[in-house]
Design a protein around this ligand. Structure first.
Ligand code: NAD
Length: 450
């Protein structure tokens, strides 16, 4: 919404949220305090905020005044009842639809921006139709394809914008109204229009394909470690095939983030509900592989540290699910830490952007042990050198660029010996670290055997 406001100064954009703390942070004078860290976002908010971009908790007022409403609320995996652990929880979507119906006094376009199961638009339409004040609503699907960490550049130069709508004259008109907004900065040939169901399903499909590529290269990384092949070399060799392409072929400790797992589980649930068990099993394997990769990383740490990590200090570099974001949802670091804490390891974490409260909240949420125990076993430092000092090993969980620039000799000298690095992101240079004396493990190429 900030990018729309920046690119279209004549359009008034109001972002409303029930969460007062979040809205206050979006209105904070100090742009460092915005609730989301994304490169370039601060400048965009600075330019548009107060001009035609507003953040508010007055939801009814904003609905009443709007001609177009983007529903962008969370659609997490259900934690209860039918579809628990798999289906998308649509209660927040339904609450929004009911609120829009109750408040609206004139015709509006309602845009699904949240990621939703295919055919959700018909549920929204039904709620709006049955509970509204007789005004007309057009429902569009406009899924968001940005990636966290590169959100601003993805929004400014999207590969495509997808808009799904009804093929009726009113639906077609609504599609062109939304297309015209994007056309202020997106070339027309990149604005794709489809029917609503194709648009809804395309978002789930895109995330499933992206996550599948990660799980595919991760599956190969395990074969590489067993066979003496190097996954980086394999990725390069296959990526030069124009049919495969080079992107998203980096082996790692596993994908995280709020979307991939949730959206694949949702897809699996949809397939199952249509009775398509083979299709469901096929996609579920992407998640199984991702969990396996995290387990494998933990097992490698334990095995290398002489089969026990009890009372050993382990340094974590990185907690965010990827670089250039402060988002930790489904981050690999959380599961890896939880396993190691079960083994009574002492963990010291450094992340450039994630704060201590978030890290403890992530661990406490799992409910594996009491919050006090998490605090006793895991500490958080504001210096990477303190995190690594007197540790048995360093685990790289996030691919932050700054990790490459550290004084690794200084780190080596401060660690217990043998000093081991477990590089879960294939980030560092094996030769340099081995020359300093480190034992260096990299996902997909293992430890150098002498
Ligand atoms: N995060 C991403 O990179 C990304 C990318 C593409 C799509 N999506 C999709 O966008 C949706 C939102 O994702 P997110 O990461 O921003 O989630 P989020 O949980 O960070 O934000 C959702 C916000 O909605 C607010 N909210 C919930 N119910 C509300 C209501 N009735 N009225 C007003 N506000 C309400 C919550 O307070 C919260 O601040 C999800 O469906 C997600 O799959 C996210």
């Amino acid at each position: 919404m900030a990018v729309i406001a920046q690119q279209c100064p004549h359009i008034e954009v109001t972002v409303v949220d029930l969460n007062e703390k979040r809205i206050a942070a979006w209105n904070d004078e100090n742009l460092e305090n915005l609730p989301v860290f994304e490169p370039g976002l601060g400048e965009i908010v600075k330019e548009a905020r107060g001009r035609n971009l507003f953040f508010s908790t007055e939801v009814d007022k904003a609905i009443d005044e709007a001609e177009m409403i983007f529903i962008s609320v969370n659609t997490p995996t259900k934690t209860y009842g039918k579809g628990k652990g798999m289906a998308a929880d649509l209660k927040y979507i339904e609450l929004c639809a009911r609120q829009i119906a109750r408040v609206s006094k004139n015709d509006k376009i309602v845009v699904e921006k949240s990621t939703l199961p295919v055919r959700t638009a018909s549920a929204i339409k039904s709620i709006l139709g049955h509970t509204g004040n007789g005004v007309k609503f057009e429902i569009l699907s406009n899924p968001e394809f940005l990636a966290e960490g590169t959100a601003v550049s993805d929004l400014l130069k999207p590969d495509r914008v997808l808009i799904g709508g009804d093929t009726t004259p009113e639906g077609t008109k609504a599609i062109s109204t939304l297309s015209e907004i994007y056309a202020h900065w997106v070339p027309n040939e990149r604005i794709l229009t489809t029917n609503v169901w194709s648009s809804e399903l395309s978002k789930l499909t895109a995330n499933a394909f992206l996550a599948q590529r990660v799980s595919s290269i991760n599956a190969m990384s395990e074969i590489c470690e067993k066979s003496g092949a190097d996954v980086n070399e394999v990725a390069k060799a296959i990526g030069m095939d124009s049919r495969i392409g080079p992107k998203f072929l980096k082996a790692s400790v596993g994908f995280g983030g709020s979307c991939f797992q949730k959206d694949i589980l949702n897809l699996v649930y949809i397939a199952k509900s249509y009775g398509l068990d083979e299709v469901a099993d096929y996609w579920e394997q992407v998640i199984i592989m991702n969990d396996h990769q995290k387990d494998r990383f933990v097992n490698q740490i334990i095995k290398t540290l002489y089969n026990t990590v009890s009372d050993k200090k382990i340094a974590f570099l990185g907690w965010a699910f990827k670089k250039d974001t402060n988002d930790t949802r489904e981050s690999a670091a959380i599961k890896v830490a939880d396993h190691l804490l079960n083994e009574q390891a002492q963990i010291s974490v450094y992340d450039p952007k994630v704060n201590a409260a978030q890290i403890y909240a992530d661990l406490d949420y799992l409910g594996t042990r009491a919050p006090k125990e998490n605090k006793d076993l895991l500490s958080i430092t504001s210096s990477p050198y303190d995190a690594c000092k007197e540790s048995h090993c360093v685990a790289i969980l996030t691919e932050w660029d700054e990790f490459k620039t550290y004084d690794w000799k200084k780190i080596y000298d401060s660690m217990l010996k043998p000093a081991v690095i477990f590089d879960g992101r294939a980030l560092l240079n094996r030769n340099e670290l081995e020359e300093l004396g480190f034992i260096y493990y990299q996902i997909g190429s293992g430890i150098t055997q002498h």
